[in-house]
Ligand binder design. Structure first.
Ligand SMILES: [Zn+2]
Length: 200
């Protein structure tokens, strides 16, 4: 099949994205071609800006446009309760339901010796400082229900065991092997509300 090169290039790029195969890539590319040029340029511009305008919050490690993200900078959020998640996208998932009023700490990974991810790779510096300052009352472990996620939760619980704060784990509404990303907001907010105190 002869495919004009500019079209073929867009199809190839789109098809390389997750959950888009060559067929959907073709459909999307043809759709873009059918839209007004300005609209397509807006889309291209947003994508081009993504890396330039987004960074990680210096305090929690979540996605942000500024040094501090909107959650960390919001004085109405409960400053003393911190929910620990693996990835920045997990914060977005938790925020969907607007049920959680505390703040977050993003680890940017989970302990996985097989993949060479060790404790020193996890983003905990800022949280450690806040704990040392005595400004945290509770940490909620919301790592995934995978083997590595559980191991990470255990490690964190042991790490903060001697500190004057409560450690909780989100409830088992989270299915085995569950990444937060795939949970609906109700399951997630229930898991958070029904969190259990960590007994070591
Ligand atoms: Zn933040």
């Amino acid at each position: 099949m002869h495919m004009p090169l500019p079209l073929a290039a867009v199809i190839e790029q789109l098809s390389s994205l997750p959950s888009i195969g060559p067929k959907s890539g073709l459909r999307l590319a043809v759709h873009l071609l059918s839209r007004p040029p300005q609209e397509v340029q807006e889309l291209a511009k947003s994508i081009a800006n993504l890396h330039q305008k987004m960074r990680f919050c210096e305090q929690c490690g979540g996605f942000s446009e500024q040094t501090l993200c909107r959650i960390c900078a919001n004085p109405k959020r409960d400053q003393q309760t911190v929910c620990i998640v693996e990835q920045a996208v997990d914060v977005l998932m938790m925020e969907r339901g607007n049920h959680f009023q505390g703040r977050y700490q993003v680890l940017h990974g989970r302990l996985s010796p097989v993949d060479g991810i060790h404790a020193s790779d996890l983003w905990l510096k800022s949280l450690d400082q806040q704990i040392e300052q005595g400004s945290i009352q509770e940490i909620i472990l919301a790592t995934s229900a995978t083997v590595d996620g559980e191991a990470t939760a255990h490690w964190l619980a042991r790490r903060y065991q001697s500190k004057p704060l409560q450690v909780s784990r989100i409830a088992r509404g989270v299915p085995e092997g569950g990444e937060l990303e795939y949970l609906d907001e109700h399951t997630l907010s229930r898991a958070l509300q029904q969190r259990i105190r960590w007994e070591s």
